[in-house]
Design a protein around this ligand. Structure first.
Ligand code: NAD
Ligand code: ZN
Length: 378
């Protein structure tokens, strides 16, 4: 079958690889109808993770089941399903507690598994014609048959639940004010989730005009940090106090300010933007090692976090991979009932063969390239 294969930094190719097959009785194989490119793929694409040449990318997958293992009970051939980017067993301590992003079974010695992701287990990605799904009863979320809402449902694999998780980590509640740093697909989904949860005002900080425009479209207040001081703006518009809650949807890849060695870590801006005793939800990725980091300490994953200010303000913070399974059923039902339409972030739908070009453009954050869906069979 055809698949998107990582070759070397800034290069992926569409190549023939072996077809996936049932390896464990609890597996299914799906025919992939949509697999999205994620900001997280770009960490590997840019050579920042030491990903090995030959990896098949793709952790945001949906499709139709074509084969089921003999131990699969609830999923049948022909079912249309979307898969959390987390590969999880469903029976370990963390999965039982709902923390499926930290499954203790699937990835020896390292909590949490994912498809097509370096250091997150042996699972091949789904930017391909077919995909093997382990622990299928637990990991498949069934969808209404047909092709309705395909783009909305595809976002249930990662960014919609991840944005929602950010809002949950910050306990965003009705009537609250929220600032979101990063208007990438994840930041936009976090802002959208804050709106769905009843926030009275949401600020979104970025410097990409097209992305800020989308933030404006969902009723958030866009702030361009290349033009104004974001912290000052947020304070000014919240009576000097700062917002109740804050979300980091940028992570360690924050732009480095000119003349500075360290990335201006967004967390420090958040600490300044949120009122004392507020809460922070951090879903932007921070990594133990960043071989391409701008300084020696950044390469060791050590970034300067002003913990004194964090402590002084009595802030609380939640971090980590999203537990997609904790939210995807509810978010699916909001899509079905018309309450949520997350696909406003989708900018491009392209066949698999065009993945190399799409990666390049998305990585350069070219104007209008917000979220790319790969369609292996179109
Ligand atoms: P993205 O790279 O498309 O978006 C990041 C955005 O941040 C860009 O629009 C960029 O212009 C903006 N940005 C850069 N520096 C900034 C700064 N100093 N202040 C404000 N904005 C700044 O990526 P994405 O797909 O939206 O993902 C965002 C992050 O979330 C990535 O780190 C990704 O790995 C992570 N992620 C985490 C999870 C999880 O489960 N926790 C899941 C998916 C993605
Ligand atoms: Zn993703």
């Amino acid at each position: 079958m055809k698949a998107v294969v990582y070759k070397e930094p800034y290069t992926v190719a569409v190549e023939e690889v072996s077809d996936p097959r049932i390896e464990d009785p609890t597996d299914v194989v799906i025919k992939v109808t949509t697999s999205a490119i994620c900001g997280s793929d770009l960490h590997m694409y840019e050579g920042r993770t030491g990903a090995e040449s030959g990896i098949v990318f793709g952790h945001e997958n949906m499709g139709v089941v074509v084969e089921t293992g003999p131990g699969v009970a609830s999923i049948q051939k022909g079912d249309r399903v979307v898969l959390p980017f987390n590969v999880a067993c469903g029976f370990c301590r963390n999965c039982l507690a709902g923390n499926t992003g930290f499954c203790l079974t699937v990835n020896e010695g390292f909590a949490g598994g994912a498809y097509g992701y370096v250091s997150m287990g042996p699972y091949r990605g789904g930017q391909a014609e077919y995909l093997r799904v382990p622990f299928a009863d637990f990991n498949c979320l069934k969808l209404p048959p047909g092709d309705e809402h395909e783009d909305d449902f595809a976002l249930l694999a990662d960014i919609f639940p991840t944005g929602y998780h950010a809002a949950e980590l910050a306990r965003v509640s009705p009537g609250e004010t929220v600032c979101v740093y990063g208007a990438g697909p994840v930041g936009l989904m976090a802002a959208y989730s804050a709106v769905l949860r009843g926030a009275s005002r949401v600020f979104v900080v970025d410097r990409q005009p097209d992305r800020l425009r989308l933030a404006g479209r969902i009723g958030a207040t866009p702030i361009d940090y290349s033009e104004v001081d974001a912290v000052e703006q947020i304070k000014e518009q919240t009576g000097g106090e700062g917002t109740d809650k804050g979300i980091d949807a940028v992570g360690y890849q924050a732009t480095v300010a000119e003349g500075e060695e360290q990335p201006a870590i967004v967390l420090n801006n958040l600490v300044e933007s949120v009122r004392p005793t507020g809460m922070l939800g951090v879903v932007g990725l921070y990594v133990p090692e960043d071989p391409g980091g701008p300084s020696e300490s950044a390469q060791k994953g050590e970034l300067l976090f002003r913990i004194g200010r964090f402590f002084e303000k009595g802030l609380r913070m939640g971090t980590g991979q999203a537990n997609v399974k904790a939210y995807n059923r509810q978010l699916r039902d909001m899509i079905v009932s018309g309450r949520a339409n997350p696909s406003f972030v989708v900018s491009h739908r392209v066949p698999l063969d065009e993945a190399p070009d799409a990666y390049q453009r998305f990585d350069r954050r070219e104007d209008g390239w917000t979220k790319v869906l790969l369609k292996p069979w179109e």
